[in-house]
Structures are given as structure tokens and as C-alpha cells.
Design a protein around this ligand. Structure first.
Ligand code: NIG
Ligand code: FE
Length: 422
């Protein structure tokens, strides 16, 4: 008998989502479920995955968790969040109910810019406290890995402050965090009529300072990538400005992510794919031609059903067509104060099934293995496989499809992070 740190056995279904590559097209239908599955865990990683009787016959441990014929799934990976901010957007919520438009609110100095004002005023300690609370909400809903963007600083000092906050969050919180620099999230008020000058500042000053921060950070030390992101949209950044930022960032070693086609097709998806982006995100207005390019690329398409739901829209990114065309798709909450104040991946999954017409299997892969690849951590996270970091959830159900079927509650019963029961 081999001694291990933890055994979880007697699940109704152990859903592995196993894959050594990102899942695209038809492969997204396969979730790799094992009936009566079990896992053995040592040193924070899975050392064996199989049927309960086999695992109990080969491994022993002082810590044995009986799953009582409930479902075991990988911890969820949320690949797109904006959770470092101060203030709220409750007034805007009411304006939107009365019919105000997101981009109109933004151009009249509200929206993202109102959060920038509050975030610039806040101290590192205040921002850490606020964001820790948001990470807790995400964790109880099953998120064990997430990406966090800057983007409410929009000047050298405040963007670096946001990076320090992300670093501190990673020190204090069990969720595995990947940082992204989104200095090009909106046009800062000081550069309202001279956005090119702010793009110059990003390229000449913010990118090198942020890269220097990264090289001396825990993220670099453990091999997590650092990405640059741009909001390419009408009244924010043009495709040409986005291209400049991507080229300058790539020279330092940044990976690329992009907010594209959220409202308007400007050619941002094509730009992101051609730049070799890890992911292109939103994709509501992506063209058929760009879907074809995405299908042939290594870029993951991240769709954000919570944003459409939160805006009360009836149109959603056509993830069905993207998967049928052979794309690799992931979903995220986009947790942020404006367009998607939602910490819950299961909520995003429930919306995606209903409005994007994805099957539970596709949605589960889009919430685990695929987003792990979309944040550059696919080799270590996102599935229950021998050698991977042992992040898993026990769900209070016998059938994993109930995770998307039910909504508004929380069926996460037990969270295992880095091989430890939280
Ligand atoms: O992904 N599109 C821009 N950025 C965020 C919204 C951020 C905000 O409104 O504060 C998004 O929707
Ligand atoms: Fe976003």
C-alpha cells in the first residue's frame, strides 16, 4: 500500500475534464467522467485517478474523504475578472434599468471612469481588503484559479498600485491567481482628447515598469504568465492603438489577451488571433470569417454570458457556432462592478446553457480545462489528472448536469485546494 496525504473516494461520478491540450469543437463534449471514481493526492498533486475500489486497494491515508456518492469535479477556473476596485456602480445599475446605454455612460464620464476615480483614491490596504472579500465569494462558488486584471488605475502609479494589490491577494488567499495588465481599459480623463499620447505612455513607461514588477514577483517565480489586455471598442482603443500596445508588450515577454467585439466589430478578434493571443474575450460581434480564424488558431475564445445577462440583453455571443466551427471556448464571470457584478462560475454556466445553447458537458470543459489554457496554466490546472495540482470540488448532487440545471443556490459542498480540504 502506498501512503498518500489524502484520498477522496465513493463519488457517484468523478468528472476529470482530462486533456493534454485545450478542447475544441466536438472534443468539448467529452468530460471524462468515471463512475464511482476516486483520487489519491500527495504533495498537493493528484497521484492516482480511478475507480474507488482500485484506489482504495492501492493507496492508504490518514485523511480519507467519503464523497457519499456525490459528484467530484475539478475546481473552476475563472479566466477573466476585474475584482480590484473601490466603490460600486449602484447608481449606474438603476440608470441602466431605465434604459441608459453602457458606452454612453462611459463617454459621459461614468462607468469605468467612475470606478477609476474611486480606485485611484483608495490605499493598497483598502483595495486588498475589498478584493479578498470578492475572492472569498468566488471560492465558495467553486473557483480555485482566477485571472485578475488591473485597469481602474489608468496612470503609471495607480496601475502599479493595482499590481501590488494582486500580489498581496495572492499572498493572502488560497485561490491561484494570474495577473493581467489592462492599462488600456478606458481613456483616462487626463487624455480625453489625446488618447495616442496615453498609448505612448503605456508603451514607454507603464509596460516596462509593469514588466519589471512581474520579473521580481511570485508569479514569475512560479512560471505563471503575465498578459497585457486592451479594450478595443468604439470610444476606447482603436485596433491600431491596440496593435501598438501588443507589439510593444510582446517585446518584453507579455502574453496577450483582448477585450474585443463586446459591442462593435472593429477587427479586434483578427488582431488578437494574428498576435497569437492566449485568449480573445467577449466576442459578441465577432464575424464568421474571424470565427474561422479562431478555429484554426491556438487562441481560446472566452465568452461572457454574465455580461449580457447583467445588461438584460437577449443577444449573447454565438458560442454554439464557435464550437461547431471547431473553436476552443471558455466562459468567465467577468466579475466587475459595472458590466457583470457576479462572483459565481455556476451562474455563468447556467446562463450559458440556456442562452448560448451549450450542453452541460461543453460548459463544464469551458469552466475548467479550457480556461486553464486561456490563462496559460493548462499544464498544471483545470482537470483531475495524475501530476496536476489537486484542486477539486464535491458537489451536492449525484449527476454533474445538475450544476447547470439548478441555479441561484450553491451546490459546492467541499473544496480541495492544493490537495488540502478547505
Ligand atoms: O469586460 N469591457 C470593458 N470592461 C469590463 C467592464 C468593466 C466595468 O464596467 O467596470 C467588461 O465588461
Ligand atoms: Fe472584462
Amino acid at each position: 500500500m502506498q501512503q498518500v496525504d489524502l484520498i477522496v473516494h465513493n463519488s457517484s461520478q468523478l468528472v476529470t475534464c482530462a486533456s493534454s491540450v485545450v478542447k475544441r469543437g466536438l472534443a468539448m463534449l467529452d468530460v471524462g467522467a468515471i463512475e464511482y471514481g476516486a483520487v489519491a493526492i500527495a504533495d498537493g498533486r493528484f497521484v492516482a485517478v480511478g475507480v474507488s475500489n482500485d484506489i482504495l486497494g492501492k493507496y492508504s491515508s490518514e485523511n480519507i474523504v467519503d464523497a457519499h456518492e456525490k459528484v467530484v469535479v475539478p475546481g473552476f477556473v475563472d479566466p477573466h475578472t476585474h475584482i480590484v476596485y473601490a466603490g460600486d456602480r449602484l447608481n449606474e445599475f438603476e440608470l441602466k434599468i431605465k434604459g441608459a446605454d453602457y458606452l454612453e455612460i462611459l463617454t459621459s464620464g461614468g462607468g469605468i471612469i467612475s470606478t477609476v476615480r474611486k480606485t485611484r483614491e483608495a490605499s493598497i490596504e483598502e483595495l486588498v481588503e475589498l478584493a479578498l472579500d470578492r475572492l472569498d465569494k468566488m471560492l465558495v462558488c467553486g473557483t480555485t484559479t482566477c485571472e485578475i486584471k488591473t485597469g481602474y488605475g489608468l496612470d503609471v502609479e495607480s496601475e502599479l498600485k493595482m499590481l501590488s494589490v494582486i500580489d498581496e491577494l495572492s499572498n493572502q488567499h488560497p485561490i491561484e491567481i494570474v495577473p493581467t495588465l489592462l492599462a488600456a481599459h478606458a481613456i483616462p480623463p487626463e487624455y480625453e482628447d489625446s488618447s495616442d499620447a496615453y498609448v505612448d505612455l503605456i508603451c514607454s513607461d507603464i509596460l516596462p515598469k509593469a514588466w519589471n514588477w512581474y520579473e521580481n514577483s511570485q508569479f514569475c517565480e512560479r512560471g505563471a504568465p503575465f498578459s497585457v489586455d486592451v479594450f478595443a471598442e468604439k470610444n476606447t482603443y482603436t485596433v491600431e492603438q491596440s496593435r501598438r500596445i501588443f507589439e510593444a508588450a510582446s517585446a518584453y515577454g507579455f502574453k496577450i489577451k483582448a477585450h474585443v467585439d463586446q459591442f462593435t466589430n472593429l477587427g479586434g478578434s483578427r488582431l488578437g488571433i494574428e498576435a497569437g493571443a492566449l485568449s480573445i474575450d467577449h466576442l459578441d460581434a465577432i464575424s464568421d470569417e474571424e470565427i474561422g480564424l479562431l478555429a484554426k488558431s491556438n487562441t481560446v475564445g472566452i465568452v461572457i454570458p454574465t455580461e449580457n445577462f447583467s445588461a438584460g440583453k437577449s443577444q449573447f455571443a454565438n458560442a454554439r457556432k464557435m464550437i461547431d466551427s471547431g473553436c476552443a471556448i471558455a466562459i468567465s464571470t467577468d466579475y466587475n462592478p459595472g458590466s457583470a457584478p457576479c462572483p459565481s462560475m455556476p451562474m455563468a454556466m447556467a446562463i450559458s446553457c440556456r442562452y448560448q445553447k451549450l450542453s452541460p458537458n461543453e460548459v463544464l470543459n469551458a469552466s475548467t480545462i479550457n480556461p486553464a489554457y486561456a490563462v496559460g496554466l493548462g499544464e498544471d490546472y483545470g482537470s483531475i489528472e495524475v501530476g496536476k495540482v489537486a484542486d477539486a470540488l464535491i458537489l451536492d448532487t449525484k449527476d454533474y448536469r445538475a450544476l447547470m440545471y439548478e441555479f441561484g443556490g450553491n451546490m459546492v459542498d467541499l473544496i480541495i485546494k492544493n490537495g488540502e480540504v478547505l
